[in-house]
Design a protein around this ligand. Structure first.
Ligand code: AR6
Length: 174
């Protein structure tokens, strides 16, 4: 049974076995969560990402996929990098965003991670509307079989907190 929690705050301040990064295909950093993770985690994360690009991920990480690196100086063992889809308007296919959550949990299971912190993937630079992304995030985690004991959704502002708490309330009936 996986417990779902909601936290308002900076994901780079979280203590968890794994922290999920809203990365891009290059795996070489960016803004938002990605920039914050690399800044606070230090150069070990980028070194590990470069090693991935030099080996199994020569063409980068595809949208909806996930891969882990060590977490450097973060209060975590691993960073799980995943690439969300860019919002293309109301006809956007949610499947790649669902896949980010499913694949991140699959990688977490491979690592033996029991606590995993997720940001609101795709809702920043990639512009996915928060209410829709929150529903997809919660539903995807709820429907993914996993050994992870705690999934923590870490959101950055009150609007996102409201969107997630609405969906989590519906899910738990509370
Ligand atoms: N802690 C928690 N949430 C945060 C933090 C933080 N420190 N910083 C931002 N957010 P984004 P994306 C929220 O843009 O949309 C990067 O350049 C933010 O308010 O980080 O998947 C990558 O390299 C938003 O709700 O991710 C890619 O190129 C959410 O996290 C691209 O952005 C996600 O915003 C990925 O875009």
């Amino acid at each position: 049974m996986t417990t779902l929690r909601l936290v308002l705050g900076d994901i780079t301040r979280q203590r968890a076995d794994a922290i999920v990064n809203a990365a891009n295909s290059s795996l070489l950093g960016g803004g938002g969560v990605d920039g914050a993770i690399h800044r606070r985690g230090g150069p070990a994360i980028l070194e590990a990402c470069r090693a991935l690009r030099a080996s199994s991920y020569g063409r980068g990480l595809a949208t909806g996929h996930a891969v882990a690196t060590p977490a450097g100086r973060l209060d975590a063992l691993w960073v799980i990098h995943t690439v969300g889809p860019v919002w293309q308007g109301p006809d956007s296919d949610p499947a790649p965003l669902v896949s980010c959550y499913r694949e991140s949990l699959r990688v977490a299971d491979e690592l033996g991670a029991r606590t995993v912190a997720f940001p609101a993937i795709s809702t920043g630079v990639y512009r996915w509307p928060m209410a829709d992304a929150a529903a997809i995030a919660v539903e995807s985690v709820r429907l993914t079989p996993t050994e992870v004991e705690e999934v923590r959704f870490v959101v950055f502002d009150e609007g996102a907190y409201g969107a997630y708490s609405g969906v989590l309330g519906e899910v738990t009936g509370g």
